[in-house]
Ligand binder design. Structure first.
Ligand code: GLV
Ligand code: GLV
Length: 321
């Protein structure tokens, strides 16, 4: 068993009850060749969203049977290539839903109410007097919340907005929710174009794939209200960061809140230069209980599959047959 990144010591201890474990508690940065070298002879790998498991890695590690990702997103897996080689992939759905929805809302509020921008102003010693329009932002309660990607996390954000803040919730998704779920979330299905045009706050919660690459680029931003805010807690690459930075600079939209970036941990230099953006380092699921639950679920998937033949949350269950 290879644990590719540093994790909770208890996760290593749990895995050691079942397997011989090689870990990376020093959290050394491994190249793809390093990863391949460490994976030699291993049947299982505990991965995070930062290790790419692709055809090259799979071809070089023919004994590999399972990769358990400590993340709900799994765009670091080439799942068709894994399935072709009968390598199981697992992720960590459900355990992070509410925590991640909380953070989506935190970012929405920080963005709308200019929390970090005003803090930087205060810390820089620029606050010398009160003034009537200082850091006046956008309204949250009673505004229109748009959600692009209505999975479990999107639904959690919808409920927070509708029930907690009296927001009018609209959403777009590849498939429409059932009427019962729409009622529970108080969310109305609209086209992507209507979503872009009418949302006061647009939150992106869709998975990254080749089809969702640059779902929000200059053309889409141009449809948004000049007063609107955009929040991305999904994945880098869903937004064209260069186009967004330009739009923020030109005030085509009011502000953005970003937890994920194209090419992270690098951040587009123009996003770092504009004031009207809240930037966080991919921490939407980062609470201690939730990160422990994610690590445990990933480890349980490895034990479940390799010891009992039953993974808990398989992504490609067809390899089990
Ligand atoms: C984090 O980004 C995750 O996919 O869990
Ligand atoms: C994604 O998997 C979600 O839970 O929204």
């Amino acid at each position: 068993m290879l644990v590719a990144r540093a994790v909770f010591p208890e996760t290593i201890a749990f895995l050691e009850q079942h397997f011989e474990v090689e870990h990376n508690q020093a959290d050394a940065a491994w190249s793809k060749q390093d990863l391949i070298a460490r994976l030699q002879g291993k049947v299982g790998a505990f991965t995070t969203g930062t290790e790419r498991i692709d055809a090259e890695v799979l071809a070089a590690c023919p004994q590999l049977k399972v990769c358990a990702n400590m993340a709900v997103g799994y765009n670091n897996f080439d799942l068709p290539a894994m399935t072709a080689r009968k390598v199981l992939g697992t992720n960590t759905p459900d355990v992070l839903t509410e925590t991640t929805a909380d953070f989506g809302f935190a970012l929405l509020m920080a963005t709308a109410r200019r929390v970090t921008e005003s803090e930087h102003y205060l810390r820089a010693g620029k606050w010398t007097k009160w003034s009537y329009d200082m850091f006046a932002g956008a309204e949250v309660h009673g505004s229109t919340l748009g959600i692009l990607g209505m999975g479990r996390i999107g639904q959690g954000i919808a409920k927070r907005g509708a029930h907690g803040f009296g927001m009018n919730v609209i959403y777009h998704n590849r498939s429409r929710l059932s009427p019962a779920l729409e009622a529970e979330c108080k969310a109305r299905y609209v086209s992507k174009e209507e979503l872009l045009k009418t949302a006061d706050h647009l939150v992106l919660v869709l998975p990254y794939s080749a089809e969702s690459h640059h779902t929000i680029a200059a053309k889409e931003i141009a449809l948004m209200k000049p007063t609107a805010t955009l929040v991305n807690i999904a994945r880098g690459g869903i937004v064209d960061d260069a186009a967004l930075a330009q739009a923020l600079r030109d005030r085509k939209i009011a502000a953005a809140g970003l937890d994920v970036f194209e090419g992270e941990p690098k951040v587009h230099p123009e996003l770092l230069a504009v004031p009207n953006v809240v930037l966080t380092p991919h921490i939407a699921s980062a609470t201690v209980p939730t990160r422990k639950a994610m690590a445990r679920l990933a480890a349980d998937n490895l034990v479940g599959f390799l010891v009992n033949g039953k993974p808990l949350t398989p992504l490609n269950p067809e390899v089990l047959n």
